[in-house]
Design a protein around this ligand. Structure first.
Ligand code: TPP
Ligand code: MG
Length: 465
């Protein structure tokens, strides 16, 4: 499977400077992605003179922004007619650069629509804003998924209709007109057919739309508000379900509670969160509120356990004075735990916050819900003592297993000047809800344990998870 956008094999040393320039250009422009330059041993020892290459001017602006005024007019026309609209944003807004998030905020406030986000798009729009209806998809909120299902206009900005978002494709958002704004033409009409495709840098496209709205249709904001007021009433009703709610405990630390406390105790500073892959990742996405772009680094798509710790190392090097926390699972973090040496060697004060449930929790959850509780190889009986492991690496270890001591221990972690491994023992049996069973449409979510029976995951849906 390809994990890179492009690769080069350098066969002649004279090609190397050109290839290096090209590689950086390909990696950073259009839809950004990793590239590989293969430099064989003989070329590594060869010598050549460096020749300068002319920088191409503003590649993003010239090559990819092929959208037309007519397309922007069509977008505004759809916006001004919709009664049940929803904006759905993805990682493309983040990749477009911080300016795109500012432009997005202006656009969404101007049109007054509800906005939801994919896992990768979190932070592009403030997570604590009233217009934000939470993340959508497999573990998204009730209001976001129902809005997606019932809407009459869906504006996808920089997202790719991933299977964790669409669920059952032929029942995905069945009544809506669909707009897709994306820099990558190959993403368009790939999974979901759309009514209007606008290819371009999302920042440029939204900016053009804002300009047009402000110029031409001054009354749009008010007329929109009236037209969609019933829709907002419906969304508020869905919100009252409180789909991220959970039953807290005085005896055990609930993982959702741990993430909520971590958020409350760190929200006053500019905090960067990375994650591993599993339930803890979804609880982090659900309960930590991201108000700025690029504060949330997580592995989606292929979802690689072991991503969060090295990612935290990288983020801390880029932002030496910021608080960087890896919200981790005990199984995932062990995949790359050796990187604690890097953190200690370079004195990087990363905080590894492990939601330790002694299970590969996401696997256990699926075994419970999809395989009739046939648990296999998901329980870890022989975990290391993470406090001792931290000490073995020469950093600080903190353990918490009582909700009453959680806040003090989190504060101790935040205030400690070096790297920390925080072993937070949580309820091992907690499941991550809400959940759209794969193969089911968005309006058939499992909301919590008591909801399971009516909404059992059956038939084809099982193999789709
Ligand atoms: C490298 C890799 N192997 C396997 C998987 C499949 N997988 C997804 S989540 C998970 C369990 C993760 O366990 P843990 O880190 O303890 O997180 P939890 O779900 O308990 O929060 C596994 C095995 C994966 N995503 N990546
Ligand atoms: Mg676990």
């Amino acid at each position: 499977m390809h994990f890179k956008k492009h690769n080069w094999l350098v066969k002649d040393i004279k090609e190397l400077p050109k290839v290096m320039h090209e590689a950086f250009k390909v990696a950073t422009t259009g839809r950004p992605g990793p590239v590989l330059i293969d430099i064989p041993k003989d070329i590594q020892f060869a010598k050549t003179n460096y020749t300068k290459f002319k920088k191409e001017k503003k590649l993003n602006g010239k090559i990819h922004n092929k959208f037309s005024e007519n397309e922007i007019n069509q977008l505004i026309d759809l916006i001004s007619k919709a009664k049940k609209p929803v904006v759905y944003t993805g990682g493309g807004v983040i990749n477009s650069g911080p300016q795109a998030s500012e432009t997005l905020k202006e656009f969404v406030r101007l049109i007054g629509f509800p906005i939801t986000s994919t896992l990768q798009g979190l932070g592009a729009f403030p997570g604590d804003d009233d217009q934000f209806i939470g993340m959508l998809g497999m573990h998204g909120t009730y209001e976001a998924n129902n809005a997606m299902h019932d809407c009459d206009l869906l504006i996808n900005i920089g997202a790719r209709f991933d299977d964790r978002i669409t669920g059952k494709i032929d029942e995905f958002s069945p009544k809506s007109k669909k707009v897709h704004i994306d820099i990558d033409p190959s993403s368009i009409n790939k999974i979901i057919k759309v009514d209007l495709a606008i290819v371009g840098d999302v920042n440029e496209v939204i900016k053009s739309a804002i300009k047009k709205i402000n110029k031409k249709q001054n009354g749009l904001k008010n007329s929109n508000n009236q037209r969609i007021s019933k829709w907002w009433d419906q969304i508020q009703k869905w919100r009252t379900k409180d789909s991220l709610g959970f039953i807290n405990s005085d005896i055990e630390i609930k993982p959702q509670h741990a993430v909520k406390r971590l958020y409350e105790l760190t929200k006053n500073q500019d905090t960067f969160i990375t994650t591993e892959v599993g339930q803890h990742q979804m609880w982090a996405a659900q309960h930590y509120k991201f108000n700025k772009p690029n504060r949330w680094m997580t592995s989606g798509g292929l979802g690689t356990m072991g991503y969060g710790l090295p990612a935290a190392v990288g983020v801390q090097i880029a932002h030496p004075d910021k608080l960087v926390i890896d919200i981790a699972g005990e199984a995932s973090v062990l995949m790359t735990i050796q990187e604690m040496s890097t953190a200690v060697q370079y004195n990087l004060p990363i905080k590894i916050f492990i939601l330790n449930n002694q299970y590969m929790g996401m696997v256990r959850q699926w075994q419970e819900l999809l395989h009739e509780k046939n648990y296999s190889e998901s329980y870890s009986e022989a975990l290391p003592d993470f406090v001792k492991l931290a000490e073995a690496y020469g950093c600080k270890g903190i353990k918490a297993d009582n909700p009453n001591e959680l806040d003090d221990k989190i504060k101790e972690m935040i205030n400690y000047k070096g790297p920390v491994i925080f072993d937070c023992h949580v309820d091992p049996n907690e499941n991550c809800f809400p959940m759209i069973p794969s193969g089911k449409p968005h309006n058939q979510m499992i909301l919590g344990p008591s909801d399971k029976e009516e909404n059992k995951i059956t038939g084809k849906g099982k193999s789709l998870v």
